[in-house]
Design a binder for this molecule. Sequence first.
Ligand SMILES: [Zn+2]
Length: 156
Amino acid sequence: MKTESLGEVSEKDLIEVTREIGREIREFAKKISEILNIRLEKVLDALNLARAAEIIDIKVEGDEIIGIRARVPSESRPGHYYYVTVGYYGYKCNCEATMYRGRICKHVLAVLMLWNVINVFKTGKALDVYRIRWLHEQHQPEKESEGELREDSTSI
Ligand SMILES: [Zn+2]
């Protein structure tokens, strides 16, 4: 019986697959940066924040992931979490930045990035940004100082 080994060929495949995953995540991050008119650094911050998030629920319809629910730890209040829902149907976060200002907060951005990562793993492709309607309804000011994503409510 022939035994499978991590020979040169399978390692090449592994490199190719992981490269594709990375590329999809990177391209999505760039699109988000452009659509929301925020610096790529902010998107990367969100990606890092997404790693600290805990997934509560993944909403699947057919073979699609249509949204996720997660909790994101507050960066200024230890032990405090924000509950975030993000999907094709909309977005929601219980932090004050979202509730009172109606603007996308960094928690929503983090969970959006997380949703995309899960989607890339499952389907091999990034989310279609044009299907996420609410993304295009965000009117981020062009001025850098005002274009900053809201910090936790305590900093306002
Ligand atoms: Zn929030």
